[in-house]
Design a protein around this ligand. Sequence first.
Ligand code: NI
Length: 187
Amino acid sequence: MALEVAQLGQPILRQVTRKVGPEEIQAEEFQAFLDQMRETMRAEGGVGLAAPQVFDDRRVFLAAILPPARRGEPPEVECFINPRLSDLSEEKKKAWEGCLSFLELLVLVPRHARLRVDYLDRTGTPRALELAGFPARVIQHENDHLDGILTIDRAESTRDIIKASEYEDVFGDKSKDDRDGDPDADD
Ligand code: NI
């Protein structure tokens, strides 16, 4: 069952989430919740989804950023429980980001080009990934959701916020080279 996605203005999107206890991870309720998040993400066509976006205050997000098992297939979805970012590169890059909580807007957001993320997967196993480019961007976007931070807070100027419907009209094909700037990649 897909869950309702909280839209901009809902207070839950501004709350700081709480850590998931190790004993909670194996619980049937939590595992079912992760499945529902996954289904919601697929139904909405997002590359990431954080718990507050489905009215939940736990520190977890999903992101479709793992290399696919077979070539040509879409990226695998990973669960990031209690994630912690480190080794953030000094270098930052700007790209347009969408968000399932306000599909109407695109925001030009500067993000660290590279980072490391430590987290627990859905079995509770500690894992770490070193990421760059688009996957690193998605992780920063979703991790922000866990702290009540949205892309509009990260814009360097209010001029870096546009209506998604105008993207093609304004930028045409110019941005097609920039994979990070893919406005279809909502998270
Ligand atoms: Ni988002």
